[in-house]
Design a protein around this ligand. Structure first.
Ligand code: ZN
Length: 481
């Protein structure tokens, strides 16, 4: 059984889907008005990972994500760049897809845009007015927070707390200062759509209530997003959906990813606006950035710094190095099959291999990736020891290493790692090392032992360990980790 932390109840709960074997999830995507920040990227990488893990555990997952493509910020940006709001949205949607693709995130099953669902939103707003949950005032429509008794249940505060805590802007004809916009009347030259309340555009929150339930129905399994969305965005989504559609809970589980904090002044001085994900994936191996994003719990708040990215890069390259060395050591005996599913309901069958079992145990517990990463590191340590040992000529030892490599491939594939760059590079490296070892053998045959030793010394200096075994020299990239 997979257990998740549900923000609504504040508890770790069993993930029990509405329909057995299926998970429907909706995740709030970006407002496409600029390049995304590393904090947003980390959240989205994490929801990609959660989807991958649920699939690995045998669920059929339906993953819906939105683009907020009409918004004050987009309009502002359009004015600034002197182009249409639509062009701004297209531009940054494309930029988002490029950078998320680089980070190894798969496309959602359904990608929805606010501007393509205006009619649905107008219908929902009408419904809310009919039910006494909303009111029109001067071309705007407001949601009446007092009309929805559960308002505040997700962020766990009462209307009184909010009134005391929030800086409340003077209203344009609002009944309660906390009432929020469902429909905004259009100012001149702004994008607008016709409605019973005059031309305008939807407020931000209504799009997610409408689009999530349109594609997944009420009571879908997981609603996700960054923890900065809990209030007011997700609070308002609940009020709108439950205010309109009644008794059933809007979403069964609320998952929120922690925020990314920038390391203090140092960061801003030396790196400027380096916090844009597009710039980070240019400077670092994108797969190492993915490693960084996934190495700690999705819920924890993490600090972004060049040092943490360097650590992630180093740890990731240790895995890449191991992969090359293990493939090299096994040659044709390297495993070719990849296990891609470990269904929850197959639990009574065969026991899982050791390290896979450890990773699964961690990940079943609210996607504890730190436990899973620790298992992979231990696996690599054990396997490296067996490569270093000279006994790989024995079939039993080869079989053990092959089994470890199989688990390694299964787990790293699960996390979405493919080790693209390193593998290519190290194939060439491997060929060069082999060639140098041949030269060394030739030198030995000629009794030029000084030359032979010099070649070996040079290789060690570069970081290639060479061992002479009865079957000939064996090499590996020295593991400094
Ligand atoms: Zn949303």
């Amino acid at each position: 059984m997979i257990r998740v932390h549900d923000t609504l109840t504040g508890k770790i709960v069993d993930l029990e889907p509405a329909r057995p074997g299926r998970i429907s999830m909706y995740v709030c995507g970006p407002t496409v008005y600029n390049q995304i920040h590393i904090g947003n990227a980390r959240s989205m990488v994490w929801f990609d990972m959660i989807r991958r893990y649920l699939r690995y555990r045998g669920f059929e997952v339906m993953y819906v994500q939105n683009y907020t493509d009409v918004d004050d910020k987009i309009i502002e940006r359009a004015n600034l760049e002197g182009i249409a709001a639509e062009a701004v949205a297209n531009k940054y949607e494309h930029a988002y897809e490029l950078v998320m693709g680089a980070l190894g995130a798969e496309q959602p099953d359904i990608l929805v845009r606010a501007t393509q669902h205006i009619e649905d939103m107008v219908a929902a707003i009408k419904g809310l007015i009919d039910r006494g949950m909303a009111y029109e005032s001067g071309g705007n429509v407001w949601f009446s927070v007092e009309a929805f008794p559960g308002y505040g249940k997700l962020s766990n505060r009462s209307l009184d707390d909010m009134r005391a805590g929030e800086r409340i802007e003077p209203s344009e004809h609002k009944r309660n200062p906390l009432d929020f916009a469902l429909w905004k009347s259009a100012k001149e030259e702004e994008p607008s759509w016709p409605s019973p309340w005059g031309p305008g555009r939807p407020g931000w929150h209504i799009e997610c209530s409408v689009m999530s339930t349109k594609y997944l129905g009420m009571g879908f399994d997981i609603h996700g997003g960054g923890s900065d969305l809990i209030f007011p965005h997700h609070e308002n989504e609940i009020a709108q959906a439950e205010g309109l559609m009644g008794s059933e809970p809007f979403a069964r589980n609320w998952l929120h990813a922690g925020m990314v904090q920038m390391e203090a002044e140092k960061m801003s001085k030396s790196l400027g606006n380096f916090v844009l994900t597009a710039e980070i994936v240019e400077r670092f191996d994108p797969e190492a950035v993915r490693y960084w994003a996934l190495m700690g719990s999705y819920r924890s708040q993490v600090t972004f710094s060049e040092a943490t990215l360097n650590d992630a890069t180093q740890a990731h390259s240790r895995w890449a190095t191991f992969l090359t060395a293990a493939r090299h050591a096994l040659g044709d005996d390297a495993p070719t099959d990849l296990v891609t599913h470990r269904p929850v309901d197959a639990a009574e069958g065969e026991p899982l291999p050791q390290y896979v079992a450890r990773a699964v145990e961690g990940l079943d517990d609210d996607f504890n990736s730190a436990a899973a990463f620790a298992a992979i590191h231990d696996l690599v340590r054990e396997a490296n020891r067996s490569i270093e040992g000279a006994q790989l000529n024995e079939p039993e030892a080869k079989k053990t290493l092959s089994g470890l490599l199989e688990q390694f491939l299964e787990l790293t594939h699960l996390f979405g790692f493919t080790f693209p760059r390193t593998t290519e590079g190290t194939e060439i490296l491997g060929a060069l090392v082999e060639y140098l070892l041949e030269l060394r053998e030739d030198a030995r045959k000629d009794k030029s032992f000084d030359r032979a030793d010099a070649i070996r010394a040079r290789l060690i200096e570069i970081g290639v360990a060479v061992e002479d075994t009865p079957a000939g020299p064996r090499w590996r990239i020295a593991d400094n980790g």
